[in-house]
Each structure stands twice: as C-alpha cells, then as structure tokens.
Design a protein around this ligand. Structure first.
Ligand code: PEP
Ligand code: MN
Length: 465
C-alpha cells in the first residue's frame, strides 16, 4: 500500500508541478535533467545490487549452495509484478528484471571467459588468443610471472580467476608466439593452448565445461537427451493443442511452432503471426510445455519475447548479423540453426556474434545442408554435430525433419544423433500431416511421434549382432 502511494507521490513531484506559463524548451530541459538524475540513481542502485549479488555468490560457494536458484528468481519476478503500479506494464518489468538477475548471476559465477572487446570481437580475425592454463593452486607470484612474460612477449594479458584455477589469456596479433609457447615450462603452468580459430567465446578451449541452457524448467546440454516437437507452423487452436497434448504425453519437453514462417516462395503460407503467438502462450499455460518459435526480423523480437520461452534463428537468418546483434541482448535462450550452405566455422561464428554481444544461452541446431543429393530435401550433417560439440562448449541438437525432408528417415536419424552425443532433437509433428500448411512430408503424425519416442528409449544394437 505505502509503496504504491510513494510512487504516486514521486510521479506527482516529477511531472505534476510544472507551471503552465513555463516555455516548452524549459520544460523539456527540466524533464531531461530529472531523467539524467534518475539514471544516475538507478546506476548506483544497480551497482549496489550487483555488489551484493557478488558477495552472495561467495557466501553460497562457502556453504556449498548452488549459485543458481530458479525458485528464488521466480519469486522475485512474481513479487515485483504484484507490486507494480505502472506505467511500465508487467511484461516490461519482467523483461527488465530478468536482465538484471541474469547479470547478477554472471557476477556470482566464477567466470572462465576472457574479457574481449565485445564490439569488435567477431571482426578481430587477425587476433590470436593463447590460453595459459595455470595449475590448481598456482601461487599469485607464479600467475604474476606469467602475466609479465605475456606482456614482454608483446601481448595483452587477461586474467580470469576461477574457483579452482586461473587462466591467463594472451591476446594480440603482433607478439612473439614462441615466447608464449615456452611458458608451458614456467612454474605453475599446466598448459598453453592456442585458440587460433576465429570463434573464441564459443570455443571449447575457452571454456572446458559444457554450457547448460535453461529453457523454462528444461535443461539442454545437461546430459539428458531433450526432444522438442510440434508443428512446423501454428495453424489453429485445435491443431496446436492436440499436438501439444500428444507430444507432451509421449515425452517431449519443449513445444515448437512457427508463427512467422520464412518461406522460399512468397505465395506459400507465411504463418499466422500474432494470432499464432497468442495460441503458443495459451498452450504453454494450459499444457505446461515451454515453447520455441522462430524470430524472422529485428522488428518482431520484443513481441516474440513476450510469448516464447526460446527464440529460434532459422537457417535462412543464420547470417543476418543485425538480427544476431539484436538477439544478443535478449533475455531468452536462442536456438541457432545452421544455414543450409554454411560451414561449421561460419555457424560457430554466427554463435560468436551472440556471445560477443553478451548472450550465453545459445543452443546450436544442425538442420541439414545443401549437397548434390536430390532424394532428400537436405543432407543432415551428422559429422557436424559431433564436430560442433568438439569445437564448442554450446549444446548441439539435430533437426532430422528439415535435415531429410522425409518422415520415414526421422527415427533412424534421431537415433543416430542420440548415439553420437547430440544434446537433443527437434522434430516436426502434425495431427494430420497430409493437411499441414507447411512441411507435411517431413512431419510425423501423433502415433508416429510416440513410436519415435519409444524407439529412442531402446538400447542401440549391440556390436556382436
Ligand atoms: C523451421 O524450423 O520450421 C524452419 C523453417 O527451419 P529452417 O530454418 O531450418 O529451415
Ligand atoms: Mn518446417
């Protein structure tokens, strides 16, 4: 009660008492000064909050508590929305505070990534990064010695102190590399690893632990094979609800459904847009599956964030750099599909745009590439799944629907993806594929999907058979 009265009073103070006769420019100046002063206060408050979060991280580590407490985060968001008296609406409040919470979480966790010049990171192709991994328990003196030697060799040194060990990243293009390599023999050094690939933040060398991406209450990359299923396009309430119910019952953890469809021909079904987003929101609430849907342009990012739990960057947009830069700032996990003509390197560089812009929750999706083969729509590049998991710490899933274009090939390729270590699959499912407005031939019907799920639970054929 008193909080809402306070906020009304403060609004009255800031905006309600301008004399009628005051010239317009004066009023604007006054408002601007007020805005600047509020920004300063907000910044102070945010930094105080960040400082507390960092201290909290240390306390939690000391008593062995997990850093990430999802329940508490949801409580914070709920409370704020209950107290909110506008003019910001609740979705905006949620978006802003999710971002604040995410940044606090980042401060709590011992970082293993180096600080890069984010605005330039993807372009610094000529830059080489060498990582000097210090041994567990290396002394401050040993770390300082390495830093001094890195500088002497003509590189910048970026130090990251993790809970167990420190790493020193040597960045630059004009240094003497052999002097860095020689540091392998320096006291306290475990290994010197070059990161000469252009992708750095997504690289496995930069971060040895695999990234786990949370989508609602589902973890992708945490060791469980996650199945995402649903129609290519959202077509109607009936179609979406019956599919969602069936895929959930069969064991899918996330629902997919296109609202904005990037179609090769302008005469094909382009998606229901906002109507589809509303249906996705409804089904998420009623059936309880987090939803993933495609974002096709920078213009609909905010709108889609209001309705979806995860944003898909489609194959055709993998190198839409304006979109990637914009998405780097959203507080929703991203599913990044590989372009049909993109190399693995280009795919990882697209992910680098997201990470360099500040995002961390990115899942890669192999969905088939163009080859000379005409019997399948695309060629699902299984080797690329294994390679991407080798080169990067990000989770990787397979899309055997787009990867083959043929319903009959979905089960064998799903099993192949599981066998080679993929973190999950995304499959198109439709209650009546022959009536689907898009991608019917590569969609399983409801019974076909539940058969697929049963087959994924079966053990692989033993070697001796
Ligand atoms: C989709 O998932 O429906 C889609 C259009 O996929 P892609 O971008 O891989 O073609
Ligand atoms: Mn499709």
């Amino acid at each position: 009660m008193s909080r809402s009265r306070d906020s009304q009073e403060s609004r009255f103070l800031f905006f309600g008492q301008l004399p009628e006769a005051e010239p317009m420019n004066k009023q604007i100046e006054k408002h601007r000064a007020e805005v600047d002063s509020l920004d300063g206060q907000l910044l102070c408050l945010l930094n105080r909050r960040a400082d507390l979060a960092r201290q909290l991280g240390g306390l939690k580590r000391n008593v062995g508590l997990p850093l990430h407490d999802k329940r508490r985060e949801l409580e914070i968001l709920d409370r704020l929305q209950q107290y909110n008296s506008g003019p910001l609406d609740n979705p905006s409040v949620e978006r802003i505070f999710r971002l604040i919470i995410r940044e606090s979480r980042r401060l709590q966790a011992p970082s293993t990534s180096i600080s890069v010049r984010t605005s330039q990171a993807p372009e610094t192709k000529e830059d080489e990064v060498m990582i000097i991994n210090m041994r567990e328990g290396a002394s401050e003196q040993e770390i300082q010695h390495v830093i001094d030697r890195v500088k002497e060799a003509g590189y910048q040194a970026h130090v990251t102190r993790g809970t167990e060990r420190a790493i020193v990243a040597a960045v630059g293009s004009n240094g003497r590399r052999h002097e860095l390599e020689a540091l392998a023999a320096a006291p306290g050094v475990a290994a010197v690893v070059p990161i000469s690939q252009p992708f750095k933040l997504v690289s496995r060398q930069m971060k040895a632990q695999r990234t786990v991406v949370d989508v609602g209450d589902v973890e992708i990359g945490g060791g469980t094979f996650v199945v995402i299923a649903g129609p290519c396009s959202v077509e109607s309430r009936e179609q979406l609800f019956s599919t969602a119910q069936a895929v959930k019952a069969a064991g899918a953890r996330l629902l997919r459904g296109g609202a904005y469809k990037p179609r090769t021909s302008p005469y094909e079904f382009q998606g229901l847009g906002l109507e589809a987003l509303r249906l996705l929101s409804e089904v998420r609430k009623d059936i309880g599956l987090p939803v993933v849907t495609e974002v096709t342009s920078t213009e609909n990012v905010d709108l889609i964030c209001e309705h979806a739990d995860m944003l898909q960057v489609g194959a055709r947009n993998m190198q839409n750099f304006a979109l990637l830069r914009r998405l780097a700032k959203v507080d929703k996990p991203i599913l990044l599909k590989r372009g049909p003509s993109a190399s693995v390197r280009e795919w990882l560089l697209a992910a680098e745009y997201l990470l360099a812009g500040g995002h961390r929750d990115v899942v890669l999706c192999e969905r088939g590439i163009k080859t000379f083969e005409t019997e399948t729509r695309n060629t699902l590049d299984l080797a690329a799944i294994a390679l991407a998991r080798d080169l990067s710490h990000l989770p990787v899933i397979a899309d055997p629907s787009h990867g083959t274009g043929r319903r009959s090939l979905i089960p064998p390729l799903s099993r192949a993806a599981a066998a080679l270590g993929a973190d999950g699959i995304m499959v198109e499912v439709h209650p009546c594929p022959e009536r689907a407005l898009s991608d019917g031939p590569q969609s399983l019907d409801l019974e076909g999907f539940s058969k697929l799920m049963r087959s994924l639970a079966e053990p692989l054929r033993p070697m001796s058979e």
